[in-house]
Design a protein around this ligand. Sequence first.
Ligand SMILES: Nc1ncnc2c1ncn2[C@@H]1O[C@H](COP(=O)(O)OP(=O)(O)OP(=O)(O)O)[C@@H](O)[C@H]1O
Ligand SMILES: [Mg+2]
Length: 466
Amino acid sequence: MSYSVLIVEDEPVLARNMLVYLERHGLICQTASSGEEGLDALEASRPDAVVLDYNLPGKDGLSVLRLMREREPQLPVVMATGHGSEGIAVEAMKAGAFDYLIKPVSLHQLKQVLDRAVQQQRQALELRHLRAGGGVSGAPAVQGLSALLGGSPAMRKLRARLQQLVDAETRLNEGHAPAVLIGGETGTGKELVARALHFEGPRRNGPFVEINCASLPAQLVESELFGHERGAFTDARERRIGLVEAAHGGTLFLDEVGELELATQAKLLKLLEDHQVRRLGSVREQKVDVRVLAATNRPLEAMVQSGQFRGDLFYRLGMLRIELPPLRERDGDVAELAQAFLARSARRYGKTGLRFSEEALDALSRHRWPGNVRELGNLVEQCVILCAEPVIEVEDLPLPVAPASEFGALDFPASDNLPTSLPETERRLLLSALERNRWNVTQAARALGISRDTLRYRIDKFGLRP
Ligand SMILES: Nc1ncnc2c1ncn2[C@@H]1O[C@H](COP(=O)(O)OP(=O)(O)OP(=O)(O)O)[C@@H](O)[C@H]1O
Ligand SMILES: [Mg+2]
């Protein structure tokens, strides 16, 4: 999937770093070094997505974001923050950013976020194609239960449970199949499970419509989800069906459902209770036949307790629950997945005969994998790109040199000693990686998954010293 990206970033090294990486991956990029320049470029070249730095000379990133959203409400904007606190990321999401990334930006992650943004955007624009056959460009080739690899007892149990759900739905001859709530840490495969439930089930020929709840700008939620009639509001020149109606006959997947605002939660509750929607500006309710799946990595029960999530919606969404185990609790799966990913990446990069040494597989199995399967997949891809020899040894793994558990703990600090600001988190992470690698910048950069230049830059920025 190729598309164009505008990078608004005033730090030339970082801007170039992103540009080179993204272009190498087939995207068409241009850069702008201030918000004003970015807004002009937006007008002139209409990119498919924007990467926007927060800390810019002149207008700050948030103001630029708001202006961009005003001019191009459909355009996905990914915000890069690092100089501010967590509040900025939250503000950015509220202002309609598709997502935010924390500097130092992992380039692989950036590409993934952009892919997702553009894909979601295209899906929303081409709903009719979705109806045609379920095949969405860029989606994984295998989408059924067999896409969920892993022979561990935990994964076998999971697949058996999913098969039961599919069977039950197939036998259902009246009423609506209850919603399924898919929980689990980041990167454990929640989206994969949602796709498996859809593509194995009786609705497989209907649409699979995915909504990332975190990316829904509050002011657009209602018309995005439920559609609108012509003239419903000033800009509504045409009638438009919402994403919920677009999922008619198929599955509506509410990803990151824990991020929904309370007002939107109330509207969704109505859908789950009555299976009806009303377009903005319409007086008629419309029946819709959708199976609802939802995913979250947040503790929804606790959020219900604290009033952040509606109890009634939680009850409706969680009639059936699937909990994905973290990768570290899947005995034997790390080695199996690593080898499967190695074969897949090797094919993609045209390298043959690659394999991990026994010691390397051991080291991988000992790592804590706070980012779970996604982290493993990314690491294997890095190995494939960087390796010079067919046998990948422990030294070739971009894993922290120190015992994995310690590093993992720092990577995702326990909530009680969580630093309050992003810069502080970043500073500690950098320092820890440097100390563990005895201030060898190359090794530390590798462990962090960033380039040496980027790390040097961060070291200066934070004034880090041995
Ligand atoms: N059991 C598995 N077998 C093969 N690949 C997997 C498995 N689980 C996850 N993956 C892969 O790992 C990556 C992350 O999975 P996925 O996007 O489904 O995670 P997630 O739980 O939705 O994460 P997040 O909470 O961050 O959205 C994807 O590339 C997915 O294909
Ligand atoms: Mg997901």
